[in-house]
Write a new protein. Sequence first.
Length: 325
Amino acid sequence: MSIHVTLYRGYANEQEIVISGHVVKSKDPAAYKLDQKKIKHALTIIRLFRIQTLPNVRVRLRFKEIDVETKTMNDGYFKFCIPYREALASGWHQVTISAYFNEYEIERQGEFIKPHTGEYGLISDIDDTFLISHSGSFFKKIYVLLTRNIERRKTFDGVVEHYRLLASAGRIQKNESNAFFYVSSSEWNLYGFIEGFAERQGFPKAVIQLKKIKQGLADFLFTGGGSHDHKFHKIKSILEFYPELRFVLLGDDSQKDPYIYERIVKMFPMNVRAIYIRQTMSKKKSAVVNLLKNVENMGVAVCYFEQSAQAKEHSLAIGLVKSSS
């Protein structure tokens, strides 16, 4: 039994770098492969929720002249918030993380983004916003999670194209992209699955923010459930971290996204450019329609859509993006 370090993509502004991750006891890495089929895949997902985290493990971060250490919290989580006021180019940067536990030492390469100077940032939910997950149905959600591996999970038609257009919103230089953040009520246990799926499908590279890690079968059965207030606080912290940016928020109507986004607009009335909510049922929800009318009255563009093509056309119509043709 050794240790395993999972690093999450970090982010930076002109004053600070934020890097986080988890340290857990490790088994055979092949046991956690995400492209296995049938029963092997189901067992992989269950194993992801039966991990053993390690508290008070020494963790070291190295980046340029910075060499600093911390220790993991009770749930194996660590987070570095590093003051950094030296000149730092925009884009993605590499950072080295090492963890030390008894006789074990493991070194990993992580990365963080400093957004390119520009106007927009993007924050998107994951489940039923771009990844078809059936969050509104307990049994169907669990069935899909257990029976469809990373290669068999599906996105909504046209959603990748829309996100790629949003990545270029307001951009003059084609080699630059707006910063993307994927914020979800899924637990950190599913980070590797989400990161790998988004990469395979061609979504813009993003910082992923998830919910507190779980460590049991009962937790697995209620994955993605419970309070969604953590999403509000994580989105709030992103807007506070980048006060110079205006954000586009993308979500769906299966859970609490519209209500969370309305709270964000009320708190940051000058920092939200548009809100996109995917319709997940056969009809629009009247409560969501009324809520979005209220948001629109506060000067934020809104789009409650069934097909991603409608969202794309809305982005073009309000001048948020330009046609890729």
